[in-house]
Ligand binder design. Structure first.
Ligand SMILES: O=C(O)C(=O)C[C@]1(C(=O)O)C=C[C@@H](O)C=C1
Length: 286
């Protein structure tokens, strides 16, 4: 059975996405966490898959409110062997978890920066005086929250359930349609037939119109792009890596031709994978 790295400790949305992945690849088995290994940060989980300590890592890549998860994008660009095996989109409904009797008793709220940002307006309205402390994951401080009624954490209902902690408010995300896309990353090519592909490339900054040239390679062939996002190369100001999602499998001859042409107009081109997307309206554990 597949071993999976995810952002821990137990109870994160990444764990829920990993359980969903197990359900997709072993539809006849009850998904269980025994082959899932929690890591403290997203780069550590990705690194474990890159080194072969686990078969795959399940990591968040994009949220509908906050956009790209930069740590994941940077690790993907640096990776030498990982391919996207599968994408999973999950609804994200946050709970305010605390042993406090009233909101007024809460002095500190812990959560991952993405989750704090997804609840920003609710926090400003209901907990204007509480300190917001960013943590490596949503479930990082749940043991402390269990022992001190002045503390709260933002995490899933599933997390509250597995740590046996009370939920003070639910849902507290600013938008009801909040959702996050997760990627399953592994060293082998995916076994299922892909529907989408992802690429990343850097450009020669001295080539005028370089970005337009890359985009017209797709436009000329009627290939639909569903996302374009940039990250700094970190070499110098004004140099970027572009991440592109394409609504076509890599085996599509039209895309194959486009990729050949793309090699001439990019400095460094990486094919990140061709994969299927599972979109869930309701998470298996909400
Ligand atoms: O997996 C988790 O629970 C996390 O803490 C990470 C994370 C993220 O980085 O986007 C995952 C999903 C939600 O969008 C909020 C936080």
């Amino acid at each position: 059975m597949t071993t999976i790295a995810y952002l821990g400790p137990a109870g994160t949305y990444s764990e829920i996405a990993a359980l969903r992945y197990l359900q997709l690849i072993y539809p006849d088995l009850e998904p269980d966490s025994s082959r899932m290994i929690p890591y403290s940060t997203i780069p550590q989980a990705i690194d474990a898959a890159e080194r072969g300590q686990v078969e795959v890592a399940v990591v968040p890549v994009e949220n509908s409110i906050q956009g790209g998860v930069t740590m994941t994008l940077d690790s993907l660009w640096q990776s030498e062997s990982l391919q996207i095996q599968q994408a999973i989109v999950l609804p994200i409904a946050h709970a305010l978890i605390s042993c406090a009797q009233n909101l007024e008793d809460i002095q500190t709220v812990y959560s991952h920066p993405q989750s704090l940002a997804q609840c920003q307006r609710w926090l400003e309205r209901h907990l204007p005086k509480a300190r917001q402390i960013a943590t490596d994951s949503n479930t990082d401080r749940l043991h402390q929250v269990a022992e001190d009624a002045t503390l709260a954490a933002i995490a899933s209902k599933y997390a509250a359930e597995i740590y046996s902690l009370p939920i003070l408010n639910f849902p507290i995300n600013d938008r009801p349609d909040n959702c996050t896309r997760f990627l399953v990353l592994g060293r082998t090519a995916p076994t299922t037939q892909g529907t989408h592909s992802s690429l990343a490339f850097s450009l020669d900054r001295n080539m005028p119109g370089a970005l337009v040239k890359t985009l017209s390679v797709f436009a000329e062939r009627q290939i639909n792009l569903s996302r374009i996002e940039s990250r700094p190369t970190k070499r110098s100001l004004g140099e970027y890596i572009f991440f592109i999602d394409i609504e076509a499998p890599i085996a599509d001859p039209n895309l194959d031709e486009a990729l050949e042409e793309l090699k001439n107009v990019t400095e460094n081109l990486k094919i990140l994978g061709s994969y299927a997307i599972a979109v869930d309206d309701i998470a298996i554990v909400t």
